[in-house]
Design a protein around this ligand. Sequence first.
Ligand code: GLU
Length: 473
Amino acid sequence: MPKTTLTQYSFCQSLNNMVDRAVKAIGLDPRIAEAIKACNSLLQVRFPVKIKGRTQVFTGWRATHSTHRLPAKGGIRYSPKVDQDEIEAMAALMTYKCAIVDVPFGGSKGGLIIDPSKYDRDELQLITRRFTLELARKGFLSPATNVPAPDMGTGEREMSWIADTYKHLYPEDINHIACVTGKPVHHGGIQGRREATGRGVEYALQEFFRHKDAVKAARMSGGIEGKRIVVQGLGNVGYAAAKFLSETDGAKIIAVLERDGVLYNPDGIKIEALHNYMLEHKSVKGFPEAVFSKKNTAALEMECDILIPAAFEGQIHAGNAENIKAKLIAEAANGPVTYKADRILQKRHITVLPDVYVNAGGVIVSYFEWIRNLSHIRFGRMQRRYEQLRNERITTIMEDHMGTLAEGVKSDLTHGVDEIDLVRSGLEDTMRNAFQEMNGVLLSNRKVRDFRTAAFVIAVQKIARSYLDIGIY
Ligand code: GLU
């Protein structure tokens, strides 16, 4: 049930308030808006699993927010804090996210109340397989209708257990491997899925900085190079985003906020080294070349150019939004800024790039993985050698006229496209197009003053159009 108090909106209410702003801006029929916002179906399961000789009962959910496109898509979260409201809100976010980036899926999300760090691998496998049975038997898992993916607390390992359980239940389903995405590459996954959300954050920021008016409105100039970035959460998304932004784009990651504290270095933290340190020590504390402090959330208020919340929802709220000093917030997590905080940030002219756009990289590449699974062939398999031969012929002709090409240039030109090239190209193209669409709305509709409302305008218009097309309204 929604966790509402007089002063605080639940995650669902916060999201719906944001969507309502877009609905008003385009004057959409309120009945269509109600239909779009409603969560289509919700499954709650309670199932027992015997752990170390004792039976434990686990509670989980899978919410399907919309089925205007199928399958409904979205991750499965393992967390001791997960609840129904959060799952419903995140299922809705998936619907809007898919619409914004033109991924032809509905929105869904799953969650299980569990602290994965308290269980060993075999126990987690048992629990995941049992959860999968519940989802499949109740119609909440299938390549055609509902396709989960990793989220907080789950990863490739859990996805391959889900795929294997489904395969044993429905061996006659020729597309069984497409029942879940985010699988390991050797088990039907796709190259580039693990890095996809972080890579998408990078592409989103690259595109933002190509739009000089948007950069100026955020009281900045130039490109990503040299920008001071604060990252909250060095999980899969935060790590990849921080790594690419610093190593490829020349940004300085001046602070990293983690569970146990904050690391600060005004000259920039080396993310790969920190990541390796965290794998070894399970903590950021003691990392050389940076100052450690225990006060982690206060660091959100640190002076910087770009703040990337890549951890949990509700991190920037009415209580701290007045103190945020970043010029730009790129929401890599789902729902890190509450509705009230969003209003405050807008009044303070802090630009926010919304989650439904910024972190869409994961589901975009999940879409590619699903297509790869349905076509039963790796992208690039047919054309790679053919392209390479053609390119070799072209470079030979070039060399006949221009003399020998440098070895690096030659291998670059002759390289035949492979899966990772295609995935990155498709992801970049999608992120760039979606930004341009959002920016177009922002520039053309005077009632739209921020990127979040622009994103929801696009999403709501596309979903409403498909409702009209299928004759619901
Ligand atoms: N859990 C990710 C998200 O929130 C990925 C979902 C997916 O790939 O289906 O976007």
